[in-house]
Design a protein around this ligand. Structure first.
Ligand code: 5AD
Ligand code: SF4
Length: 350
């Protein structure tokens, strides 16, 4: 089948066989990218209208026990100045975000296990203070017991990218004490507990080929996450992958479009990494079917130390204070940001 036939089939059936997905990835070209983006943009419009959901993201700790080879927050990066926000700081971030119209708070951090008990209390406090807001967590791989406690405290969404669906590839991106099987265990548990669950991967991570990307698509097709985070890999100068190449912006757009067609109702952020590799890259991501924008509401002083990769966009900008000009940008391409929790529409995928 030609890429057009494959994409048309995907567009109508929301499904492709493994072999067809592989063909589609191999068919990546400027033409297929354009064709996929056009279908995906229309698909998103038909499901969500021209709405984009804003989320406020608080990077509450950059302390991490892990050593992912790609990430600037990895434990062995001694140059990274570590911080953990206080409860008051986190609550005032939420207050700011709320005032700006955000109705989802994303609490994102490294695997900072010393913070766990306080963290549970904090989730409860935010939930009581802002009952109409959604609380999303991104705090890595944790025991089921903790995931359950956090859920019962008021968090209903969890972001945990699968990073790669290929076990061998996973082992090339992480040291041997970080296990692919545990990552999968976490994703399955989260979903089973009722969290709206986010998975995803980097595009162009070291040693990744079209074969691994196809496995990622198969994984996403079958796991059916409610949210999907995809962005290009960008090297960080204080990591083992400092000399690796940045992932392709266009290939990322192509994959985002394919994922929009595979999972039409999913919430897909136009990631910061897209803006980092190309100016206003997030606008193009929206055209390719993305419908969520994460706005960083971490205090500026700490934010500069939350550096996953080099030249991370938005490091110095209090974007939250300038929603007007951001809105204006999205208006120019026909989209509108809304004050809304932006829940997944059909409950949780089983
Ligand atoms: N480039 C791009 N994305 C990265 N992440 C971590 N390091 C990098 C990097 N160097 C992504 C990972 C992780 C998420 C929080 O950020 O996919 O899951
Ligand atoms: Fe830690 Fe996440 Fe960075 Fe890995 S990607 S080192 S788990 S913060």
């Amino acid at each position: 089948m030609s890429y057009k036939e494959l994409l048309n089939k995907l567009n109508t059936e929301q499904w492709l066989e493994d072999k067809e997905l592989l063909q589609l990835v191999f068919a990546f070209s400027p033409e297929s990218e354009k064709y996929a983006m056009n279908l995906a943009g229309k698909k998103a419009l038909s499901v969500f209208g021209n709405k984009i959901y804003y989320r406020g993201i608080v990077e509450f700790t950059n302390i991490c026990r892990n050593n992912c080879y790609y990430c600037g927050l990895r434990k062995d990066n001694e140059k990274c100045k570590r911080y953990r926000l206080t409860e008051d700081q986190i609550l005032s971030c939420c207050e700011n975000g709320y005032r700006l119209g955000m109705r989802t708070f994303v609490l994102q951090g490294g695997e900072d296990i010393a913070f766990d008990v306080e963290f549970t209390d904090l989730i409860k406090k935010i939930h009581v203070r802002y009952p109409e807001c959604a609380i999303t967590l991104g705090a890595g791989e944790r025991p089921d017991k903790l995931y359950r406690e956090w859920y019962e405290s008021g968090a209903t969404r969890y972001l945990l990218r699968h990073e790669t669906a290929d076990k061998k590839h996973y082992e090339l991106l992480h040291p041997d004490y970080q296990h692919f099987d545990n990552r999968m265990r976490c994703l399955n548990s989260l979903k089973k507990m009722g969290y709206q669950t986010g998975a995803g991967m980097m595009v162009g991570s070291p040693y990744q080929t079209y074969k691994e990307l196809c496995e990622d698509l198969i994984f996403l097709r079958d796991f059916k996450p409610e949210m999907v985070g995809i962005g290009p890999f960008i090297p960080h100068h204080d990591t083992p992958f400092r000399d690796k190449e940045t992932g392709s912006f266009d290939l990322t757009l192509y994959l985002l479009a394919i994922v929009r067609l595979l999972l039409p109702t999913s919430l897909i952020p136009a990631t910061t990494a897209m803006d980092t590799v190309i100016k206003d890259g997030r606008l193009q991501a929206v055209k390719a079917g993305c419908n969520v924008i994460m706005l960083n509401i971490t205090p500026l002083k700490e934010r500069k130390d939350y550096r996953l990769y080099d030249d991370m966009a938005e490091l110095n900008k209090m974007e939250g204070l300038d929603l007007g000009s951001l809105n204006a940008k999205f208006n120019t391409i026909g989209y509108e940001a809304v004050i809304d929790r932006g829940d997944y529409k059909e409950g949780v995928n089983k």
